[in-house]
Design a protein around this ligand. Sequence first.
Ligand code: SAM
Length: 420
Amino acid sequence: MLNSLEGYRESEALAMSTRLRAAGHAPELVSAVLTQLKLREQAAAKFGPFAAHMILTRAGLEQATRMNVAAVHAGRFAGAGIRSVADLGCGLGADAMAMAALDLEVTAVERDETVAAAATINLMPFPNATVVSADAQEWVTAAQAGGTEPEGYWLDPARRVVSTSGSSRVFDPEAFSPPLSFVESLAERGIAVGVKLGPGLPHESVPVGCEAQWISVDGDVTEAVLWFNALARDGVRRSALVMSGPGAGPTPAGERSGHHELSAGTDFGGSPEVPVGGVQALTGYLYEPDGAVIRAGLVADLVRRDFDSAGGALLDEHIAYFRADGLVASPFARAYRIEAVMPFNVKGLRRWVQETGVGRLDIKKRGMAVTPEELRRQLMSGKGSKASKGSKGSKGSSRHATLVLTRIGEERVAVEVTPA
Ligand SMILES: C[S@@+](CC[C@H](N)C(=O)[O-])C[C@H]1O[C@@H](n2cnc3c(N)ncnc32)[C@H](O)[C@@H]1O
């Protein structure tokens, strides 16, 4: 029935349901089919054209790796010469599909029987993939005992717990399923292992000796991946892979189109010393690094590598924004021209809004306990009442301004910027 209903649009769901039920199909079946069609429509953002042929669950879709990112992970296995992989906790099988598409022999292990059934269908186009419904740890023990271990392991542990009050995110790597210690125990045996974790992974949880890679897609940091043994690149301890980044210019030779990577061989905290400007240096251009660069602790490395000759300097050792005299196009940071620097003070900023005719205001912040939406309301509220008293529509009140709030040492500043 699913295959016969291609080209579904949610707006037609009610009519379709009525038609199918009138044709004698059971209401449960019709409802299940419509749910799948709806999920497929939503899944297109992650899986592109593959979504139209997959069986999905809502939770599985939320947790699944985006297909373009899964392809990059799979490429690392293939590039390292790995021929067989077990995906331990495969979910709907997005990562496993990408690995199978690169001709790796894939065993996709999933504990949840319903999810494993969905993965079985999703992996059907690939004769080189097998789905096993089992506990990952038990499966590995049996494979070891039987001498049938694959050459590599991929894990994307569940980072949510489901309780009677719904599902919630867990942050302790030992509460992941399977836990990070299990991943480490696999890696300690010298096998190629990759594990996908949340982007908020604290640096102190990153095991010694692996490569940690943070990935962002269109400015959103999607994940951190730890690569062990044959999958860890020589001389790379931490890296940021920016896929279609903010100022993504030309792709360097040897890299995939739209992919830009910054890496360091030094451990966390081992970035080079770069100048720290302070408030007086707030001139020229302000740069906001991509989230993957920030999470990987590579801001100073970026300033040193690409902004040195442009007078690049951090604003404060603890704040990720930096500045430079000139405009440098970079896929790793968004540039803003600095227009004005003001002390952070609600009264003063309200006056600035009034006097300079700000009609639309974007607020960005780092290192400040401010809720941008709330502050915007506070700053613009006077405007609204004034506008309603008659100045509405006047040319002067339509200015679109961007304010960056940050802390430099003890000072809290508001910087007016224009995206460059
Ligand atoms: C984050 S999802 C994987 C998503 C998958 N990488 C994808 O892109 O579709 C994690 C999966 O691991 C499964 N899982 C958790 N603990 C497991 C265990 N001990 N053994 C096998 N599967 C497990 C969960 O049921 C869940 O489907």
